[in-house]
Design a protein. Structure first.
Lengths: 192, 81
């Protein structure tokens, strides 16, 4: 029986599951989707809030949001990108609401110019940092900078995927990455 | 040799792999079922019942029109006689 259920669970692609959930609103199919992505969503939330309790509450709310918004998934992007995007924006909204007095995320017009050479150099310097120190530095960064760096260097997401998640264009993503790397290097310099 | 010179990515060493409590799944699924129920109820009251009422009223209206048609037909036949 268990094997039968297990085979059934792996038999569907994400897209097939989405179609079934939207058509039947069946929580059984949603539980399969939950099993596939709960750990991923939870760990992403934890990276944002750095608290298990808050990350669990966020994970719960994100899955409710996923269920309600599932019919808006049209398959234009990979399902993982769609989930990542919902998780990212939900957490950003939560953090911004929590720190309403602080302006931590600005959709500012980027004044500096993207430079590929600086990019390569700062990437090299970034990889020279010890991971224990990097962990501490990341916690000092604004959450948007921390997340974009993790998308790029931990999840290996290509710029195109990051563009979809953050709803930004190519140059804005590259600029944000460049700025985030520079901030890491600045913090490292200060702590020397 | 190439691999030895390659700089290791420190981001890969700080991956968090935390486990979500099993109770969370039950909580999410219970709330999903609650949402599903409320959606079905609202659908019932906002779509199904108004539809039934509308169909009922339409049928009643048609019935009245048919009845009055039959009545006038009867009257017409009586006059002829």
């Amino acid at each position: 029986m268990f094997n039968q259920k297990l085979n059934k669970d792996t038999a569907y692609t994400d897209e097939e599951l989405v179609r079934k959930i939207v058509a039947k609103k069946d929580s059984y199919y949603f539980s399969i989707l939950y099993d596939r992505y709960a750990r991923f969503v939870y760990n992403k939330c934890y990276t944002f809030v750095n608290s298990e309790e808050e990350a669990q509450d966020l994970t719960h709310d994100i899955f409710i949001k996923i269920f309600i918004n599932l019919k808006s998934f049209k398959g234009d992007s990979k399902f993982t990108t769609w989930i990542y995007s919902i998780t990212y924006h939900f957490c950003i909204h939560y953090i911004n609401k929590k720190k309403a007095e602080e302006v931590i995320f600005s959709n500012e017009i980027v004044e500096s110019v993207y430079d590929e050479e600086i990019d390569k150099q700062s990437e090299k310097e970034l990889f020279e940092i010890q991971y224990t120190q990097l962990q501490e530095i990341l916690l000092q960064l604004p959450v948007e900078d921390r997340m974009i760096l993790l998308m790029k260097y931990q999840d290996d997401l290509p710029v195109k995927e990051i563009m979809k998640i953050l709803k930004l264009n190519d140059s804005a993503v590259k600029m944000r990455l460049q700025r985030a790397r520079q901030k890491v290097l600045e913090i490292r310099e200060r702590s020397k | 040799m190439k691999d030895q010179n390659k700089i290791e990515n420190p981001f890969k060493k700080i991956i968090q792999e935390k486990e979500l409590p099993e109770a969370m799944k039950e909580k999410v699924i219970n709330n999903i079922n609650l949402i599903k129920l409320s959606l079905e109820l609202s659908e019932l009251f906002l779509v199904s019942i108004p539809d039934v009422m509308f169909n009922f009223l339409e049928t009643e209206k048609d019935k009245k029109v048919n009845d009055s048609d039959e009545e006038s037909q009867d009257n017409y036949e009586k006059k002829d006689k």
